[in-house]
Design a protein around this ligand. Structure first.
Ligand SMILES: [Zn+2]
Length: 116
């Protein structure tokens, strides 16, 4: 199975090759709390950017290792690019940008990013 995500204006679209997640990470760090992310992590080779590469802008902070990709037209951030603990390329998908995801049914895993 696969699921699709997009920004609000529709310029940026992506597909994840995998089942719809049943749980999501909610982090209280200074960045996540402001954007309200519900995140799932997928290997980069399971993620395809279908459109909108030219509309993407990115934001980096702190260690600058994560590229937070947002649409410069509507401002929505559908995903971020980074690396996992083992150095492999990862994509952090914002499930709020996945219309078919039933947000209310997700098991929320809280991460205390603010205290790190
Ligand atoms: Zn957009």
């Amino acid at each position: 199975m696969a699921y699709e995500g997009s920004c609000h204006c529709g310029a940026v679209r992506f597909t994840v090759d995998g089942d719809m997640p049943t749980e999501a990470m909610s982090c209280n760090c200074s960045h996540c709390r402001r954007k309200g992310f519900l995140l799932t992590f997928v290997p980069a080779d399971k993620f395809t950017l279908d459109s909108g590469a030219d509309e993407l802008s990115e934001y980096r902070f702190n260690t600058k290792r994560i590229a937070h990709k947002f649409c410069r037209v509507c401002g929505v951030q559908g995903y971020a690019e980074g690396t996992g603990p083992d150095g492999s390329e990862m994509r952090m998908v914002n499930l709020r940008s996945v219309p078919d995801c039933d947000l209310d049914s997700l098991t929320i895993r809280k991460v205390d990013g603010a205290s790190r």
